[in-house]
Design a protein around this ligand. Structure first.
Ligand SMILES: Cc1cc2nc3c(=O)[nH]c(=O)nc-3n(C[C@H](O)[C@H](O)[C@H](O)COP(=O)(O)O)c2cc1C
Length: 341
């Protein structure tokens, strides 16, 4: 590494190890390493604490365990949000991934709130496999006296929609636990259902006539206020460099986006979703074949009025037939056979 050593905080051994690491790496690898360390350092500086920040302890309220099974972070994010809402409302709550949960503890956890997604072909996410196996195994204890509720995450275009959440919900009841609240199933746009589940759970947990009940219903505003697929952050493009040579058939790019003012932080392993616009020609074809007026006013995905043409360009998926779409079509047209194909 031919860099000035001025201000270098590394020990000679660390400096040598770093030099060895970057010896012979390609420009693409360097860019990747650069991003990896930036993310690593951001994560270290802003550790995500799952411990309760000094909850105001109100002993009359039950102790709650929030468990999540998550592959790409949606269920985890919701579990952390639920946990922070519980703490805000004075509950003694803890949140844990199913992967690190000591299953022997389940008999003592009298209030279990579970957020879990489904993967593969109706399988649990990786960090929920052992918990799932335990729950369905012979060693699973009787859970009389336990109250629980499940928020199941999934995607209705899969055959086994929300299967893991459904299975866990049924199994807990079979073991004698009672439902604090019926299971709710979330499709791809999970925010609204998740907010309703969190708010209803909070209402159910509050002892009757608790003065705080009135202030409970605000999770939706917390979720809506955060950036999500529904409410994406408009990042500024700082750099767009082609890394592959001129003759190459591949087009690999180094892209830098600024998230400076977003309040977003990222950690190594996070993924980035880019919200693309639909191809204008496709939008026009759709409008023409349906004989619809593109300038008609409609509600966009975020609930704000926009033109139909804009909504089809920016807000909606127009290239894939999803099950919810077919179900609405069947309902509107009265042709259920559409669903059988
Ligand atoms: C490879 C893959 C397989 C999936 N399989 C299913 C499935 O069988 N059933 C279902 O309801 N959802 C399925 N999903 C959708 C996820 O459950 C859904 O995206 C969920 O929000 C992910 O939550 P998580 O980030 O907490 O894991 C699948 C998603 C992927 C990427």
């Amino acid at each position: 590494m031919n860099m000035s050593n001025l201000g270098n905080p590394l020990t000679p051994a660390q400096w040598e190890a770093l030099n060895r690491l970057v010896e012979g790496v390609t420009p693409e690898q360097l860019v990747w390493i650069n991003g990896y360390w930036a993310g690593f350092s951001a994560a270290r500086q802003q550790p995500v604490s799952v411990e309760s920040p000094q909850p105001p302890k109100i002993q009359a309220k039950p102790e709650i365990t929030v468990l999540f099974g998550s592959q790409t972070g949606n269920a985890e994010k919701l579990a952390l949000l639920l946990h922070s809402r519980l703490v805000d409302h004075g509950f003694l709550a803890r949140v844990e991934g199913m992967g690190s949960y000591k299953t022997a503890q389940i008999k003592r956890d009298r209030h279990l709130l579970i957020v879990v997604s489904t993967y593969g072909e109706g399988d649990p996410p990786d960090n929920a496999l052992a918990f799932h196996e335990f729950l369905f195994g012979k060693k699973a204890p009787k859970l009389d006296g336990t109250q629980f509720s499940v928020l199941a995450l999934g995607d209705s275009s899969y055959e086994h929609f929300c299967k893991t959440g459904r299975d866990i919900d049924e199994r807990l009841a079979e073991l004698g636990a009672s439902r604090l609240l019926s299971r709710m199933d979330c499709d791809v746009d999970y925010e609204d259902t998740a907010a309703t589940w969190i708010d209803t759970v909070l209402t159910k947990l509050h002892p009757a006539n608790d003065a705080q009940t009135d202030s409970v219903l605000k999770t939706e505003s917390v979720l809506v206020g955060t950036y999500s697929k529904k409410n994406p952050y408009h990042a500024k493009l700082l750099e767009n460099l082609r890394l592959t040579g001129r003759g190459s058939s591949k087009d690999v790019r180094h892209i830098e986006l600024s998230i400076a003012d977003s309040g977003l932080v990222y950690e190594p392993g996070d993924s980035l979703g880019i919200v693309a616009r639909n191809w204008p020609q496709r939008v026009n074809e759709l409008l023409e074949s349906l004989k619809l007026n593109g300038s008609a006013t409609v509600l966009g995905a975020n609930g704000i009025e926009t033109s139909l043409e804009q909504a089809l360009s920016n807000d909606f998926e127009i290239t894939t037939l999803t099950r919810p779409f077919l179900e609405k079509y069947a309902e509107l047209s009265g042709r259920r056979q559409a669903l059988q194909h």
